[in-house]
Write a new protein. Structure first.
Length: 727
């Protein structure tokens, strides 16, 4: 047999073998050391896992521990428990996985008090006769507390009673609610570390990476005394912290409900034998909140700083920005009950910077207010039931201005003072629609205290006010947009109530009545030197008016003494079904706009004579309109009829109605029907009599008489498109 030639020549193989032997003898000590080290680690690992196996099988009864954990939780807090894997390792100690504690005694509502992916209990010594837990680690726990003070107390007392040296929460999320209010709602995970030292339970907490730019972050430290419940101290530092995660805390610092904000700053909460103290300073960015006293508006995107100090029943908050400074001091004294003393000082250099962020929730428009405002307010609870508040105030305003589509006021000055005995003096001067105006008022104020059915208190105001409003000149045109807006809102509300079947809301139960109107005695005298029915018209002379509110009744009257025209309104609103009456009496009142449209014809009178009466009752617009009784006598003088279509359909020549008309009739409205009686239309060439009625939303007219050379009867009905059908 012939063998193949070797790939490596023999001489090369001998050289390589010789070099390998040389390397072996050179590094032989290191090789033996490596083999010995490997053998050592192998023995250690075998010993470790062997010892761990021994402990798990002989020293730690995992099955029994599972039952002990479940029974202990059931016994301490009376909650149902679900537990996954129970294991043990020398490195981590006892391990519980997928631990869930219910809010209830069972899991029927699927509401969890605590949900943890993994819990480890590090033991002091596994060889000790009675080993105890040195440290507990919770990984990704989710804790939910819903208005259960006993659970919170039990958890705290149980932690204090155990001798665990350390408790560490990794990536903790907490949801805490009190009385339907969210106190905490941590969206991001926190690391919270408790450990015992020198008779105290120390705590450290943080979330995120604080030094990263724009990172959400809160960190701090503090301690709890193991023996004294009221001995603790916590330090907090916020950076770009969203208020939604601690809404009640942020609202407490702010002093009222804060819907959303981003805060940065620091604070200290400390309680000891010297008393409780909370202090710090924070900056609010992108803040949004609603002032409860002025519903319907929201403040958006306001940036300001706050310095706060709460100590032994006293609370001090100082708010500031480039445009305003506000200081609020609250002090509570305790006699038979707790009484509040509040002092407010403010200075607003530019109202427009604040008002532009104050948004109407309905229209989305900002408040068009400008000017300067400064002052102080001092309110003290006296404890006397019928004179509950003692108040002092001194408020002044300059360069005040309000310009909107409905209202124009500028160059305003304001003086508002409440002196000894709650005596109010008020003066507002400026220009209303470019004409001088002056409002003055003197009032005596007394607040009483009443208890609601739920046990809380409210403070109705009793007031006696005399006021005068002086206006240089008054133009009707300026006020018509306000009326049109009110009319539009009224129609929309009626439609909404019909579509959604919204029940009546009784006025005498509303806050505005119970707090202000129930005991109000208000008398306002109004005087305008000149009244103009429309722009460009001659003055109708002076206008006199009054508004009186007393004993649940309201009466308003405006008169033009020169002509005798008069408008009056009255209502008794302190009842379940308020009544309302309105009357309008016009004598040769100048008119320069269409009065109405009939079958596509606009009627433009030169003057109007009207005796109008409206009576109804109800607590909302829909009821008032549905139950209204209306009747009036109307006479339109020198009416120009603009439009040809109706005359063509009636077969009448246009020249027969070219002369100015005089139109007169009586109208009565009952429920959904209208009846026009004694209808008379006359001119140099027209003499019509007739009547009309409306039962379906559109009028049907019946006329007889002469028009030019034509005599006869005419009947026509309005249609939806403002045209007519001639019968």
């Amino acid at each position: 047999m012939k063998f193949p030639n070797t790939l490596v020549p023999q001489i090369v193989a001998r050289v390589n073998t010789k070099q390998a032997k040389a390397l072996f003898f050179t590094y032989r000590p290191y090789l033996y050391s490596s083999l010995a080290l490997l053998l050592y680690f192998t023995i250690v690992l075998i010993s470790y896992f062997g010892f761990e196996y021994y402990i798990k099988t002989r020293r730690v009864p995992l099955v029994a521990l599972r039952s002990i954990v479940i029974s202990t939780i059931n016994e301490k807090i009376d909650k149902a428990v679900d537990l996954g894997v129970v294991d043990f390792s020398l490195r981590e100690g006892l391990i519980l996985e997928d631990l869930v504690i219910s809010q209830e005694e069972d899991f029927s509502f699927n509401a969890h008090l605590l949900k943890v992916k993994r819990v480890t209990f590090r033991l002091s010594s596994v060889l000790a006769k009675v080993p105890h837990v040195d440290r507990v680690d919770f990984y990704s726990p989710q804790l939910t507390l819903n208005n259960d003070q006993s659970i919170e107390t039990k958890l705290l007392e149980y932690f204090k009673s155990t001798k665990v040296s350390e408790v560490h929460f990794h990536d903790l999320r907490v949801s805490l609610n009190k009385d339907d209010l969210s106190v905490l709602d941590w969206k991001e995970g926190w690391d919270v570390h408790f450990f015992r030292k020198n008779g105290k339970i120390l705590v450290e907490y943080e979330n995120g990476i604080y030094w990263l730019p724009n990172a959400t972050r809160i960190k701090g430290e503090g301690y709890l005394s193991e023996t004294e419940i009221g001995d603790f101290k916590f330090n907090l530092t916020w950076k770009n912290y969203p208020s939604e995660e601690s809404p009640l805390l942020v609202s407490y610092l702010f002093g009222t409900t804060m819907q959303s904000a981003v805060i940065s700053g620091e604070g200290v909460w400390e309680n000891s034998s010297a008393g409780e103290i909370i202090k710090g300073n924070v900056e609010f960015e992108s803040s949004s909140f609603i002032v409860s006293q002025i519903p319907g508006f929201v403040m958006n995107d306001l940036r300001f700083q706050e310095k706060f100090l709460f100590h032994n029943g006293k609370e001090m908050r100082e708010f500031s920005s480039l445009d305003f400074q506000l200081k609020i001091e609250d002090e509570i004294t305790t006699a038979k009950e707790s009484l509040l003393h509040r002092k407010i000082d403010f200075n607003i250099d530019d109202l427009s910077e604040i008002s532009k962020g104050y948004i109407d929730l309905v229209s989305g428009q900002s408040v068009p207010l400008k000017g300067k405002l400064r002052g102080s307010l001092d309110v003290r609870e006296t404890g006397e039931k019928n004179k509950w508040f003692k108040t002092k105030a001194a408020i002044s305003g300059e360069e005040l201005e309000w310009n909107s589509d409905l209202f124009a006021f500028q160059n305003g000055t304001l003086e508002f003072n409440i002196e000894e005995g709650n005596q109010l003096k008020f003066n507002l001067k400026g220009e209303l629609f470019d004409k001088p105006v002056n409002l003055e008022a003197l009032s005596g104020l007394d607040w009483s205290r009443s208890k609601k059915t739920d046990g809380t208190f409210y403070y109705p105001l009793s007031s006696k006010t005399k006021a005068t409003l002086e206006i240089k000149s008054l133009l009707s045109k300026h006020w018509s947009p306000i009326y049109d807006t009110w009319k539009k809102d009224t129609i929309e509300e009626i439609k909404e109530r019909q579509e959604k079947l919204i029940p009546e809301e009784y006025f005498y139960q509303k806050k505005v009545y119970k707090y202000f109107l129930e005991s109000m005695n208000f008398d306002l005298a109004i005087h305008a030197s000149d009244f103009f029915p429309y722009e460009g018209s001659a003055s109708s002379g002076e206008l006199k008016g009054s508004l009186v509110v007393k004993d649940g009744r309201m009466n308003t009257t405006f008169t033009l003494p020169t002509s005798g025209s008069k408008i009056s309104m009255s209502s008794y609103f302190a009842t379940k079904t308020p009544n309302f009456s309105f009357s309008l009496f016009l004598v040769n009142y100048p008119w320069n706009r269409p009065w109405t449209e009939v079958c596509g014809i606009n009627l433009l009178p030169e003057s109007v004579n009207l005796d109008y009466a409206f009576v109804s009752q109800g607590s909302d617009y829909y009821t008032l309109s549905k139950d209204a009784r209306i009747n009036y006598l109307l006479r339109l003088e020198n009416v120009k009829a603009v439009g040809k279509e109706l005359w063509v359909k009636l077969g009448l020549p246009e020249k027969s109605i070219s002369d100015p008309l005089r139109i007169e009739f009586n109208l009565d409205h009952y429920f959904d029907s209208d009846y026009i009686r004694n209808l008379s239309i006359s001119s140099a060439s027209v003499d019509w009599k007739g009547y009309a009625q409306n039962k379906s939303g559109y009028f049907t007219y019946n006329l007889y008489g002469s028009a030019g050379d034509s005599r006869g009867n005419w009947s026509f009905t309005e249609e939806e498109n403002r045209r007519c059908t001639v019968k």
